[in-house]
Design a protein around this ligand. Structure first.
Ligand code: ADP
Ligand code: MG
Length: 581
């Protein structure tokens, strides 16, 4: 028709599709999980939209997902009666890749050495809707946004271009039809038109979805199916006098409301993947049931890897909020402190209004209490990991330590807990970071402070002249290289009664009383001996430095620059400068 428009896929989208089409990724089943996940999101959205705006022209009386397989036509359709998409949304959401994680995925893909490395990457990054092209050689999507009168049809073979049409009679919601690739006669495992296969995949990946996932019964259910072919099956369900009722494939049980022993780890992991859009299993699952006057259930997850945009301005933090099993909002930031913004999960509260807004939540005292309780629970879990699963703790800290340390700046209430779960690179061990507790336990007699040095990289710090005496005397120094380290060290005065001291600031006094007296005597002698030189240098450098003094901290280098105890460090100075301050 005249309304047909042909578009080219954005370059990144094209690359991704090419990969999907030629994929030998072994776990193709996940395409269905992605489609059901999108349908479920669309149903959540329409229920919420109808709740917020009673004038919205939307039917929310029987929200559900339908799966229709047609063996003879080799098509599989996943249909929802959810929020749908406008024509512009279809072009924006389906034709391009806005997700920064996907951009990162493609970058890593280019660097991947061989096909199997590429396959591994598919498993690590979600590719959402495009996963359909692993099993289909053509995909059509018909959608109508709730409240709009016209619908849109999108179609593509995944190669270069897609078409968009306007359609007049589309029902509310979205139907995605996959034209399945020719049957692999060798391997019936991949026959996605088989009802048993569909049942199995839904049960495995989407059982917890809170909306019914239904499948219409096969047109002919009589035993001894004789391969009666294609003719007659089309529209059979409409012409039958009494079509058998569709079968609901998922149990729809809210995992967070069930007791621990009723739920398998796999089920938790699938829920995690649905809400986080991550394709990898979480590192840890955290359950919390709060009883009493303000009752709620929480199911939280620590991801196994940091998302690529964790430090971006607009990073959407927070967990999903449900009220009595009804999905209310994504990324509920009021429920998690910013330094735990990577935590994913669900919080289901009993006594909140379905109409709560983000602003109301920020003000709500109960929500603030929940936020604190959840933060404590997460920190306690990390602490447990550290003692009981050191490897998983190490992964956690490698991925999220730089974020968690932000908490040391503002969260006084949890400071001790934060210090307990933190670890730091150290001169004591090149490979393994240390906790402050371990550092303190190693402190020799006479050492009063916890020493650290901040800077850009371990190597730069190790080459710093400030390190010389410490190295010579065998005194352990923490090597802090995250930008946030520059800041928190100033707001944490001490740990376990030991002050944190930068080796680059002020005077450092090391050693026992005797050694100190000895050193002092020596310093006085040197002071007299070099008085002339020091005066001369001070004169010549007075534009640049406050003072020139003899140092006992150097063993190899002739000179080094030190700042006053209260000065900002050079790295912090350049950070402020970068921020335009
Ligand atoms: P993601 O779900 O991670 O955002 P997808 O590739 O799965 O990525 O989907 C891209 C976007 O397309 C979704 O965010 C959503 O806005 C839109 N979309 C996909 N499927 C549907 C659907 N069934 N109903 C409404 N919108 C959809
Ligand atoms: Mg998706």
């Amino acid at each position: 028709t005249e309304t047909t428009e042909t578009f080219e896929f954005q370059v990144e989208a094209r690359q991704l599709l090419h990969l999907m089409i030629h994929s030998i990724y072994s776990n193709k089943d996940v395409f269905l999980r992605e489609l059901i996940s999108n349908a479920s999101d669309a149903l959540d959205k329409i229920r919420l939209a109808a709740l917020r705006d009673s004038s919205l022209d939307a039917d929310i009386s029987d929200l559900h997902i339908d799966i229709e397989a047609d063996k003879s036509a080799r098509t599989l359709t996943v249909r929802d009666n959810g929020i749908g998409m406008s024509r512009d949304e279809v072009v924006a959401l389906i034709g391009t890749i806005a997700n920064s994680g996907t951009a990162q995925f493609l970058k890593e893909l280019k660097e991947a050495e061989d096909a199997s490395a590429a396959e591994g990457l598919i498993g690590q990054f979600g590719v959402g809707f495009y996963a359909s092209f692993m099993v289909a050689d053509e995909v059509t999507l018909v959608t109508r946004r709730a409240g709009e009168s016209q619908g849109t049809r999108w179609a593509s073979t995944g190669e270069g271009t897609y078409t968009v049409d306007t359609v007049d009679d589309a029902p509310q919601g979205t139907a995605v039809t996959l034209h399945l690739k020719p049957e692999d006669t060798e391997d019936r495992l991949y026959d996605y038109a088989e009802p048993w296969k569909i049942r199995e995949i839904v049960k495995r990946y989407s059982d917890f979805i809170t909306w019914p996932v239904r499948m219409a019964p096969e047109p002919r259910t009589d035993a001894g199916a004789d391969g009666s072919g294609g003719e007659g099956t089309e529209g059979a369900e409409n012409t039958d006098a009494a079509p058998p009722a569709p079968e609901t494939l998922n149990s729809m049980k809210a995992l967070w409301a069930r007791s621990r022993d009723e739920v398998t780890d796999e089920e938790y992991h699938e829920l995690y993947k649905h809400i986080s859009h991550d394709w990898q299993d979480p590192l840890e699952t955290i359950r919390l049931q709060a009883e009493g006057t303000f009752e709620y259930q929480a199911l939280l997850f620590l991801p196994s890897h940091a998302p690529h945009d964790l430090f971006n301005q607009g990073y959407k933090r927070g967990v999903q909020l449900y009220v009595k099993r009804v999905f209310i909002m994504e990324d509920c930031d009021a429920l998690m402190p910013s330094y735990l913004r990577f935590v994913k999960g669900v919080v289901d509260a009993q006594d909140l209004s379905l109409n709560v807004s983000r602003e109301m939540l920020q003000q709500d005292r109960q929500i603030q209490l929940m936020n604190r309780r959840l933060a404590k629970k997460v920190l306690a879990t990390v602490k447990d990991l550290r003692t009981k699963a050191p490897e998983r703790y190490a992964t956690f800290w490698r991925e999220f330590g730089a974020v968690v340390k932000e908490g040391l700046i503002g969260d006084y209430e949890n400071r001790d807990a934060l210090l307990e779960v933190s670890s730091f690179a150290t001169t004591h061990d090149e490979e393994a970071p240390t906790t402050l507790r371990q550092y303190v336990e190693r402190m020799p007699e006479g050492q009063e402070h916890i020493f650290y040095l901040t800077g850009e990289s371990r190597q730069a710090l190790e080459n710093s002249p400030h390190m010389e005496t410490f190295r010579a005397k065998g005194i352990e120094v923490l090597l802090l290289t995250d930008p946030v380290d520059e800041v928190w060290v100033d707001s944490v005065p001490a740990y376990d009664g030991k002050q944190l001291r930068s080796v680059a600031k002020g005077e450092v006094d090391l050693g026992t009383e005797e050694e100190k007296q000895e050193a002092e005597k020596e310093r006085k002698q040197h002071q007299e001996q070099f008085a002339g030189l020091l005066t001369w240098m001070s004169e010549h450098l007075k534009e640049n430095v406050k003072e020139v003094r003899l140092s006992s901290r150097l063993t190899v280098s002739p000179a080094c620059l030190v700042s006053d105890t209260h000065d900002v460090t050079p790295a912090l100075e350049s950070m402020y400068r970068a921020m335009g301050q």
